[in-house]
Write a protein that binds this ligand. Structure first.
Ligand code: NAD
Ligand code: ZN
Length: 343
């Protein structure tokens, strides 16, 4: 089969002919149809310091996918050949305290598809059946391919109550934009997104948010004044990993405001802890998706009319991966999809 392999410890990925994966009794073999490119995949493509430290040469990369069940291991009962599925990219240990308590999202020893175990940028992927999610046959394949990052957005957007609340989102990348759409769908009053990139602000501007802000020219206080908000934002989603974005967010929350952090900063940095204490701000780190509750919520949201497809801006055949990764690296894009359906 075709697979995108990190075959050398240098920038790039290589399309190689590799064996179709073997499946264990509890596994399912999936014929991959579409995949989404994540920032993590781009780190591995570019071979930065993080990738060099975390990824073994020879790995098949990628974790955002949709495909059809090809074959099931003997112990699998809930999937049949032909079923349309995506996969939860964190494969948990099943044995740690959190796993045993049913809090699989908090597993201390989870493996990551396409980072620490073979990935989805291939014609086939083997996954444990317990990590797969059924899609209805009517779902748009590109939307189904990005359930993994959509799940990050839904996990953030379900961390705190949003009905009638004023929501600030720093970072209008694909995940911030999807979270903004969920916040609107969930009945937030104002949904304000900020981004330093003109491309990302333009994309956000087409999603019907209350305001899209350039932090270089407009302060959040200006926006609040314009919207006649007097006490600050109720809920914040930090989706950039940028220190200034988090500092500005913490300074713009109402007393008792709630902040969900998804963005991953590259380095440790300082924040004003006394401000956080005196404003009684709740800050919660969000990692991955609730397994599998977030998947249930995503299916319900899409089924009840939430359309995340405007976040998808580019589509390429799998063999055009170099151009697709160039577009992702430019950051002048939303989600970028690779099509694996033509072998
Ligand atoms: P992305 O890099 O495409 O988007 C981040 C956006 O933040 C960019 O558009 C960038 O222009 C913007 N930004 C940078 N500085 C800013 C500032 N000062 N103010 C406002 N915006 C600013 O990333 P993404 O794929 O949308 O993911 C969002 C973040 O979440 C990333 O940091 C990513 O590493 C992280 N992430 C975390 C998890 C998790 O499980 N916690 C999972 C996936 C991604
Ligand atoms: Zn575990």
């Amino acid at each position: 089969m075709r697979a995108l392999v990190k075959s050398k410890a240098e920038p790039g990925l290589w399309m190689e002919d590799v064996p179709v994966p073997e499946i264990a009794r509890e596994d399912v073999l999936v014929r991959v149809l579409r995949t989404g490119i994540c920032g993590t995949d781009h780190h591995i493509y570019a071979w930065d310091r993080w990738a060099d430290e975390h990824v073994a040469v020879g790995l098949v990369v990628g974790h955002e996918f949709v495909g059809r069940v090809d074959r099931c291991g003997e112990d699998v009962t809930e999937f049949q050949p032909g079923d349309l599925v995506s996969g939860e990219g964190h494969v948990v240990c099943g044995r740690c305290r959190n796993c045993k308590a049913g809090r699989r999202v908090e597993c201390a020893r989870s493996q990551s598809v396409g980072v620490s175990r073979p990935g989805a940028f291939a014609d086939y992927i083997a996954m444990p059946a317990s990590n797969l999610w059924h899609h209805p046959p009517s779902i748009d394949l590109d939307v189904a391919a990005i359930f993994d990052p959509f799940g990050n957005a839904v996990h953030v957007a379900t961390a705190f109550r949003l009905l009638g609340e004023d929501v600030l989102i720093t970072g209008a990348g694909p995940i911030g934009l999807m979270a903004a759409l969920v916040a609107r769908h969930a009945g937030a009053r104002f949904v304000v997104a900020s981004d330093v990139s003109d491309y990302r602000r333009d994309l956000a501007g087409r999603l019907g948010l209350t305001r899209v802000v350039d932090p270089a020219t407009t302060t959040l206080w200006d926006v609040m004044a314009e919207l006649q908000m007097t006490e600050g934002f109720d809920v914040g989603f930090e989706m950039s990993g940028n220190p200034n974005a988090l500092r500005q967010m913490l300074a713009s929350m109402r007393h008792g405001g709630k902040v969900a952090l998804l963005g991953l900063p590259e380095e440790p940095f300082e924040i004003d802890w006394s401000q956080l204490v005196m404003n009684m701000t709740t800050v919660r780190g969000i990692y991955g998706r609730q397994i599998m509750e977030t998947w249930y919520e995503m299916s319900v949201l899409v089924g009840s009319g939430l359309d995340i497809s405007p976040v998808i801006t580019h589509r390429f055949a799998a063999d055009e991966f170099d151009e697709a990764f160039r577009v992702v690296g430019s950051a002048r894009c939303g989600k970028v999809i690779l099509d694996w359906s033509e072998a």
